[in-house]
Design a binder for this molecule. Structure first.
Ligand code: NDP
Length: 456
């Protein structure tokens, strides 16, 4: 049983008060973005065009659809994997095993969605689907987090994360108590990290329109049949969900998807495909090795990522932007540079952590630490202390640029992501200082910049 006294790890995110505030603020921000992206002025900082009531948000059909989606991804997770990888060593010196079949899940999902759409499945008949679907995802995340919290109460102390065992229920519920909650070999955190949310972000193709029909043709907003003069519908239409849907919808509306829409879709598909292709690399990230699995990660993975990371595509659908080939080429170059740094840094650290004698990293300079592990001090990790964050931020910029500079809204991702990574970097520094002590001081002396050379 877990110790009731709690751990001595310093509280993060402003402690219980900060955790409670974030549990309200994050879903509220997500719904705000969903509402303003399709409104005419598309003002990030302005009020939403209207406040949806519970009758708009709550839809048992959308809940069923969401649970079906999770069930499909869980079934794909359980399919035979091309490889089974070992995780990092745990407190009790054991290592967990993880199936590496995320890319296979992405391909099979694309195939199934394509077949379903061509067979005429009325996937996108509800214009107001996006909001109730996001609500269903948020609702299930809360329930799921309660389950994770209760499960952690009976977990052995050795299974707890360093940070989510403070003894304060609000804080621990938010941060996550158990490091790797599992039922048999099904690992909840690893499953949620890269599959339902990421695949949902780029893969779901929803076609819209009253003529699609099929799910429920009554508009929850005004009570009329779809297609009648609903006063709210124009704010929501045309209704599609995630990136590919935006692209398909734009093709329907304007004859072909715009260059800007192609770029946003292409860049983000590359990002998601890459994450799943290099799925094994997630095993050495902070989310897997350090953070417990609670509301923070569950909401981030299952709701925040699919419903807010598709913001640029949602924006472009409602606010088309002209983009010439020369500017598009420069944006592609920016994305390529970001990707090169991001992939190079993540793969280098992952290869090194798996096997420091691997010929690809054996020549790199290192600092020994008292734990027996070494720190890279040349290559990407000799340039700044978080080169992978730098690459990710450069890509974030490239995802927003196709949306032009007339609105702040599509830059939300870049702003939020900068704040997230600066804060995350500080958390990681703190953890590394605790782990490596003097060796970490030496690393900071040798590599003085955190994310951006000569600036930060
Ligand atoms: P990292 O993958 O950077 O992992 C940090 C860990 O790496 C440290 O705790 C330490 O762990 C190890 N490390 C740090 N410095 C060195 C060094 N010099 N040599 C060897 N090992 C070192 O962090 P994240 O998990 O935060 O990020 C992983 C990726 O995910 C990043 O590319 C990030 O941009 C991305 N990301 C994307 C998000 C999104 O929403 N799109 C959100 C969060 C992250 P140890 O020594 O124990 O191995």
């Amino acid at each position: 049983m877990a110790s009731p006294q709690g751990s001595r790890a310093p509280l993060e995110f402003g402690g219980p008060l900060g955790a409670a505030a974030l549990m309200l603020l994050l879903p509220a921000t997500m719904f705000h973005l969903l509402l303003v992206a399709r409104s005419g002025p598309a003002r990030l900082l302005g009020p939403p065009p209207y406040l949806p009531g519970l009758q708009v948000l709550w839809s048992p059909r959308m809940l069923l659809l969401w649970l079906t989606w999770l069930g499909l991804q869980a079934a794909l997770y359980l399919l035979p994997a091309r490889k089974v990888a070992e995780g990092q060593e745990l407190k009790d010196k054991s290592r967990l095993l993880y199936p590496i079949n995320g890319f296979q899940a992405l391909m099979l999902t694309a195939l199934l969605v394509g077949l379903a759409v061509s067979a005429g499945l009325p996937l996108g008949a509800l214009p107001e689907m996006l909001l109730p679907l996001a609500f269903a995802a948020t609702f299930t995340t809360f329930i799921f987090s309660v389950f994770l919290y209760l499960k952690a109460l009976v977990a052995p102390a050795s299974a707890l994360a360093p940070g989510g065992n403070s003894g304060n229920p609000i804080y621990d519920f938010f941060l996550g108590r158990e490091l790797n909650p599992r039922v048999w070999s099904f690992d909840f955190k690893y499953f949620c990290e890269l599959r339902p949310g990421l695949i949902g972000w780029v893969c779901w193709a929803w076609l819209h329109g009253p003529e699609g029909g099929g799910w429920d043709e009554c508009c929850h907003l005004c009570g009329d049949r779809l297609g009648t003069d609903c006063p709210v519908l124009p704010l929501l239409q045309p209704q599609v969900l995630i990136n590919l849907a935006m692209l398909m919808q734009e093709a329907e509306l304007r004859g072909s998807p715009s260059l800007a829409m192609w770029l946003v879709n292409g860049f983000q598909l590359l990002y998601v495909g890459d994450a799943l292709w290099h799925e094994e690399a997630v095993l050495t990230t902070m989310d897997i090795t350090h953070d417990g699995f609670g509301f923070m990660l569950a909401f981030g993975d299952l709701a925040w990522v699919p419903f807010t990371y598709s913001l640029q595509a949602q924006f472009l659908l409602h606010h088309p932007q002209p983009l010439g080939l020369p500017v598009a080429s420069v944006i592609c170059l920016i994305n390529a540079v970001g990707y090169y740094i991001f992939r190079g840094a993540n793969s280098q650290k992952n290869t090194f952590r798996k096997n420091p004698s691997d010929p690809r990293v054996a020549d790199l300079e290192t600092i020994p630490t008292a734990t027996g592990r070494q720190l890279l001090v040349s290559g990407w990790w000799g340039m700044v202390r978080h080169p992978n964050y730098l690459g990710d931020l450069i890509m974030a910029l490239a995802w927003s640029l196709p949306c032009g500079v007339s609105h702040l809204l599509p830059y939300f991702y870049l702003l939020y992501f900068t704040a997230l990574l600066v804060h995350r970097e500080a958390r990681d520094e703190q953890q590394c200082l605790q782990k490596y002590g003097l060796a970490w001081h030496e690393y900071c002396r040798r590599v003085p910049y955190r994310i951006l050379p000569y600036i930060y």
